[in-house]
Design a binder for this molecule. Structure first.
Ligand code: SAH
Ligand code: F3S
Length: 470
């Protein structure tokens, strides 16, 4: 077992006098990765700076999930041109999924970029910076079968000091036909549970009160002593018998302290077991909230997406969630206008939404990603204006459901973990209920990290407003 590096918790001024600026795009996993990158650089004596203008190294941790995210990143990159003019030795690096997807192409297309680093190669960043300082461009986009960064104690970049992300798996084996992630993040592998529990314990000890366990498909977490998920069948018998499943891991983390809230994302409908739901029900500190991406309400479209479930199976999972954990919050991801989606099939998405009534949803227009199975096999044939109109219908319907969900909370009292000041006033605090709803309430003498009971008296479209009750 690898031991976590306690030293990383101690703040020391940078030894090499250089500063790095790190900007993150995309998912929670990327934010978690940025904390690993920051830790690697700090260990090498670099200091982090919030000002790109005073950095010696600018790093962008990028996302490739949709074309518009990539375009935004390229746009942002151009803003760094002026800094490079003022400081020709400035090193600019592109990390993450866009780096992995485009590889050397990125160096060819963007003259500002000096370094390209894929998600499994972050340990090599300090060496790559040195190469650039020696006058070359540098790239490492090797994907790994083992890398989980398990021994690295991430530098926490989130500001609240209350909630943190912990990566538990890397990569994805699911091969949804629309998705670039299996190509940019490689094969699925799970991280040693001891290092996960140790990280959670370490966070609790320094005042954190919530951890979110992260993976593309957390339910398929499986630790049997290392190796790829797909090679589990070939493992030795003793490895198999002592394997740790996601339900078991969840329990281990929940036991760190009843005061430590545990969340997780993302659950996958075909892999989410009742065992996980029963574990949630057993531990009050595992939050009553599941993010269960549906993508589409049409069984035919789901099949073409290579999602491993159909409409009925999805509904069956929702029923299981709501039976085993009454009142559980449920959110989802939805894609509008996937290849060959008909009007009828779009209506099936709307009707599935009506049947479930999600508390929260992330909704996207289908964006063809080069190299994916969908890009190779299916025509991206839903016209842009129809994709947009369908997305708008999905958004409008979701807004109605979310509003009704918030209305149902009015009059209820929830335990809230205080995360910080409300955006509008320091006289108000905000935090979340176990069900993942944001609640704003008058501050009194409370502070981030405290638990308070709040009675909801009203709501806006996105937030609940309440009053502390004792
Ligand atoms: N692993 C997670 C999600 C990863 S990506 C899962 O199991 O679903 C996050 C979301 O982005 C996906 O759920 C999907 O809704 C959306 N997405 C992924 N690829 C996309 C694409 N090519 N176009 C539009 N949306 C996409
Ligand atoms: Fe992508 Fe499907 Fe994995 S959406 S991240 S291939 S579960």
């Amino acid at each position: 077992m690898q031991v976590l590096d306690k030293e990383a918790l101690v703040e020391e001024p940078g030894k090499n006098g250089k500063k790095f600026f790190l900007e993150t795009y995309g998912c929670q996993m990327n934010f978690s990765d940025s904390e690993i990158v920051a830790s690697i650089l700090k260990k090498e004596g670099y200091d982090i700076t919030p000002e790109a203008s005073e950095a010696d190294v600018i790093l962008m941790n990028t996302c490739a999930i949709r074309d518009n995210v990539e375009q935004r990143t390229r746009q942002r990159l151009t803003e760094f041109r002026a800094f490079k003019k003022d400081n020709p030795s400035l090193v600019i690096g592109v990390l993450g999924c866009m780096a992995e997807r485009l590889k050397t192409k990125l160096l060819e297309e963007e003259d500002l970029v000096d370094i390209v680093v894929g998600p499994d190669a972050y340990r090599s960043i300090p060496d790559l910076i040195e190469e650039v300082e020696g006058g070359q461009k540098a790239i490492n986009v090797l994907l790994s079968r083992e890398e989980t960064y398990a021994d690295i104690n991430p530098v926490r970049l989130s500001e609240n000091g209350v909630s943190a992300f912990i990566s538990i798996t890397r990569g994805c084996d699911n091969m949804c036909t629309f998705c670039v992630v299996p190509f940019t993040r490689g094969r699925e592998r799970s991280r040693d549970p001891h290092t996960i529990v140790k990280e959670a314990q370490g966070l609790f000890d320094i005042g954190y009160r919530e951890v979110t366990l992260l993976g593309q498909n957390v339910d398929s977490y499986l630790w049997y002593g290392g190796g790829l998920k797909k090679d589990f069948d070939k493992a030795a018998d003793d490895q198999k018998s002592s394997a740790v499943s996601f339900a078991k891991l969840l329990e281990l983390v929940a036991k760190v302290s009843p005061l430590l809230r545990v969340r997780f994302s993302t659950s996958n409908p075909q892999d989410m077991t009742d065992e996980v739901l029963h574990t949630m029900a057993k531990y009050e500190n595992i939050c009553r909230y599941v993010h269960l991406p549906m993508q589409s309400g049409s069984t035919r479209v789901l099949k073409q997406m290579n999602r491993g479930y159909n409409r009925e199976k999805y509904l069956e999972r929702i029923k299981a969630i709501r039976t085993i954990i009454p009142g559980c919050g449920v959110s989802t991801d939805i894609i509008s206008g996937f290849c060959t989606e008909t009007e009828e099939e779009h209506k099936e998405t709307l009707s599935l939404m009506d049947e479930v009534a999600f508390d929260y949803a992330y909704m996207f227009k289908y964006s063809e990603r080069p190299g994916t199975l969908a890009a190779k096999k299916y025509p991206d044939d839903v016209p842009e204006d129809i994709k947009s109109r369908r997305l708008q219908e999905i958004v409008d319907l979701h807004r109605k459901h979310a509003g009704e969900s918030n209305q149902r909370d009015v009059g209820q009292t929830y335990e809230v973990l205080v995360e910080g000041f409300s955006k509008k006033s320091t006289e108000f605090l905000f935090g979340r209920s176990s069900y993942n709803k944001s609640i704003v309430f008058p501050r009194e003498h409370y502070k981030p990290g405290d638990y308070v009971n709040v009675k909801v008296h009203s709501c806006t479209s996105g937030t609940l407003l309440g009053q502390i009750v004792k």
